[in-house]
Design a binder for this molecule. Structure first.
Ligand SMILES: Nc1nc2c(ncn2[C@@H]2O[C@H](COP(=O)(O)OP(=O)(O)OP(=O)(O)O)[C@@H](O)[C@H]2O)c(=O)[nH]1
Length: 304
């Protein structure tokens, strides 16, 4: 709240002053209505709309960084909220019949606000396109940020299952192959034990970045659980997926990760497994992938 006031205090102060100014002007020019003369339906409709617009304004200012889009949208909301506020005031204050300026105060800010909101929405759409391009390896077929992990900025198992269901349908409709890679760090629990949970978190974050670098634009990476990641690769056969999995394994093995505390070098190793989706649902695909990974684990341990 503090940072919002610091960044957008001027906008909020402007709206507050304009709303107060409106009350002053109406009070100076008119008389307060009797209780019985107040049309409460209008008060609820106009006042409620004004209140909701103010709530949207606060949500917008709290949720977005400062910049052109935020400025345009917040100004648009301020103008429309002010228009509704002025509209509501005449339910409480009776102005002389010859006054026509109040129509201007009620009506004129509305189209200005709508115009600013439209401009803001246009630039928001442009901004969203740029963000979508950056996010494409993390979310594709739908957006549900409740399913995103805050520690490692990737979607989790629930998102993976929903994404996979849609990707399987798409692959079947288009008659194209779909492959999956599972990547699991070896002996990750030892990193936690030896260097602490915070260092383990750091390793997972670095690993997620590294895996994203190894993927193409159309691929999608999720964190299935703990130190296990899954990449969904549309339009990809098993042999191509195996090559990509090996690249990922090697890039993890050659990563020179140093601990935050003493800067010791950690030698990370990962096991990967690759499968191509057959005529099966997402639960069967994931089960087969997990089995393939479990089979790959002991093989690595034996060869070490
Ligand atoms: N730091 C950290 N650790 C986590 C997180 N989620 C799970 N873990 C830990 O990850 C470890 C996973 O253990 P295992 O599944 O045995 O994996 P592993 O030690 O790599 O063993 P193998 O996979 O058999 O090589 C557990 O010790 C969990 O406590 C997390 O978000 N952060």
């Amino acid at each position: 709240m503090k940072s919002m006031l610091k960044m957008h205090g001027l906008t909020l102060a402007g709206l507050f002053l304009a709303a107060n100014g409106g009350v002053m002007i109406y009070l100076a020019a008119g008389t307060i209505k009797y209780w019985a003369d107040i049309n409460w339906m209008d008060v609820i409709g106009e006042g409620g709309t004004c209140l909701i617009l103010c709530v949207w304004l606060v949500m917008l200012l709290r949720g977005r960084p400062a910049g052109r889009v935020t400025r345009l949208l917040s100004l648009g909301l301020c103008f429309t909220a002010f228009s509704m506020w002025m509209d509501m005031l005449d339910e409480f204050i009776r102005l002389p019949p010859e006054a026509i300026w109040d129509n201007w105060l009620e009506t004129a800010p509305m189209p200005v606000g709508m115009l600013l909101l439209t401009l803001g929405m246009y630039h928001l759409q442009q901004e969203q396109r740029a963000i979508n391009a950056q996010m494409s390896k993390r979310e594709q077929l739908f957006r549900e940020h409740r399913l995103f992990d805050t520690l490692i900025p990737l979607a989790g198992a629930q998102y993976l299952r929903q994404h996979l269901r849609q990707a399987l349908e798409q692959a079947e409709t288009e008659q194209r192959p779909l492959s999956l890679i599972a990547i699991d760090l070896d002996d990750f629990s030892q990193i936690n034990q030896r260097y602490g949970q915070a260092e383990g978190d750091q390793v997972l974050q670095v690993m997620a970045q590294l895996l994203l670098f190894n993927l193409r634009q159309q691929d999608m990476l999720c964190r299935l659980a703990g130190d296990r990641f899954v990449a969904v690769l549309p339009d990809t056969g098993e042999s191509q997926a195996s090559v990509m999995a090996e690249d990922m394994r090697q890039s993890i093995a050659s990563l020179a990760h140093r601990t935050q505390r003493y800067g010791e070098r950690l030698h990370l190793q990962a096991t990967t497994a690759t499968i191509m989706a057959l005529d099966e649902d997402e639960a069967q695909v994931l089960k087969r992938l997990n089995t393939a990974l479990a089979l790959a684990k002991p093989r690595l341990a034996r060869s070490a």
